[in-house]
Design a protein around this ligand. Structure first.
Ligand SMILES: [Zn+2]
Length: 394
């Protein structure tokens, strides 16, 4: 048994509620005590001096395709490489996100990465996020297939029950049976890639969809039908429906901060989530990088990832730590509510009751932050997964 972990003199972030000064004790992978921890409880503990820094639950990214040089669509190899790096961005849980093109090669990849999930070290992987294939609008190589229960069952079987979320379009033909089947299997249904009408969107929510992912992106504005009448569609239906939460790529490129503020005004802090939708290049220094897509990309934090010669948007280069920093800059909300958007809210969306909170009994997924939202150290289930070289905590 590893010794207990005592992190002393930190500002403990209770997402959505408060930030309070205190200590945290973790034992056997779980949080054992928070607040003032008595000396009797801390015998033999490894002691970390927090020196007044922030301690938060680990960040949870429900939509990410890869990071740095790795992609989850490369199977177990991509997963292992990403898992080694995610701690440096304060991430302790991810849904590796894959666009499932229905090819034999893809089925092999899905089987391989699913089998590798339970043994992943360095980050929690409660399941995959399949972004498609039942979509109405393509983009980013996303297939646009009508709802097909036989294909759905083959995908889920291939993944061996390890799908946590699937993204679908409310306007894909025959999508409602797919949504109902996913809910029956306990899989969270996200809506995206859509120009659905209000009726189609409400039908998808009635069938059991609960969330919209990379909200606003690939949700085209409906065309005006007559001058003087402003049409509404999926965006307005989702904003208006208290059953649906939303997430945003918070890089300042894919969506304007005003859209995030509008969603917060409609839903409150509990209904808005930070994602990265990150891809190859995320977390790397600005520069030009090779991809498996037949063209290199130019990456910079200010402009996302772009086709190196054409300049067109080629994906997100955001990391969760930068997303949290951006939200603090853009939003006039109590910081504990902003932290909830990367911790408690995604945990609730996925039904992960032991994550996203600093409370006795919760998993010891923790991040100690230096100023400027820079992770100093990250722990996954009480195990150190990252430690900043310039200021080692141990
Ligand atoms: Zn995506």
């Amino acid at each position: 048994m590893p010794p207990p972990l005592l992190i002393r003199d930190v500002r403990l972030v209770h997402p959505g509620r408060a930030i309070v000064v205190g200590d945290l004790l973790a034992r056997d992978g779980a949080i054992a005590a928070v607040g003032r921890v008595s000396a009797a409880d801390t015998a033999r503990a490894t002691v970390i001096e927090g020196r007044g820094r922030l301690l938060t639950p680990g960040l949870i990214d429900v939509h990410t395709h890869g990071v740095m040089h790795s992609l989850y669509e490369h199977g177990a190899r991509g997963l292992a490489a990403a898992a080694r790096e995610l701690g440096r961005f304060g991430v302790t849980t991810v849904l590796p996100t894959i666009i499932p093109r229905p090819t034999e090669e893809m089925f092999t990849c899905l089987a391989e990465i699913s089998a590798a999930l339970p043994a992943t070290r360095g980050v929690n992987t409660p399941g995959l996020h399949l972004e498609g294939p039942f979509m109405a609008i393509g983009g980013a190589a996303c297939p646009t297939l009508p709802g097909d229960l036989a294909l759905l069952e083959r995908l889920l079987d291939t993944c061996g029950g390890r799908v946590a979320a699937m993204s679908v379009s409310p306007d894909a033909p025959n999508i409602l049976p797919v949504i109902r089947r996913l809910r029956a299997r306990g899989i969270v249904v996200f809506l995206t890639h859509t120009r659905a009408s209000t009726d189609q969107t409400e039908a998808a929510l009635d069938a059991g969809a609960t969330h919209a992912t990379h909200f606003y992106d690939v949700f085209p504005v409906p065309a005006e039908t007559e001058p003087g009448a402003r049409p509404v569609g999926a965006v307005e239906s989702i904003l208006a429906d208290p059953r649906a939460s939303v997430d945003f790529i918070c890089d300042g490129v894919h969506v304007h901060p005003t859209a995030i503020r509008a969603a917060l005004a409609a839903k409150g802090w509990q209904g808005v989530i930070l994602i990265t939708d990150s891809n190859i290049g995320a977390g790397l220094p600005a520069g030009v990088y090779d991809t498996p897509w037949g063209f290199p990309i130019r990456v910079s934090p200010e402009t996302a990832a772009r086709h190196a010669t054409k300049g067109t948007l080629a994906g997100s280069a955001l990391t969760m730590d930068r997303g949290i920093a951006n939200l603090h800059r853009w939003l006039r909300l109590p910081p504990e509510q902003i932290w909830a958007m990367g911790t408690l809210n995604p945990a609730r969306l996925l039904g992960l009751g032991r994550k996203g909170r600093l409370e006795p009994g919760a998993d010891a997924d923790l991040v100690l932050w230096d100023d400027g939202f820079v992770p100093a150290a990250t722990w996954v289930n009480g195990q150190l997964s990252y430690e900043k070289e310039a200021s080692p905590v141990l």
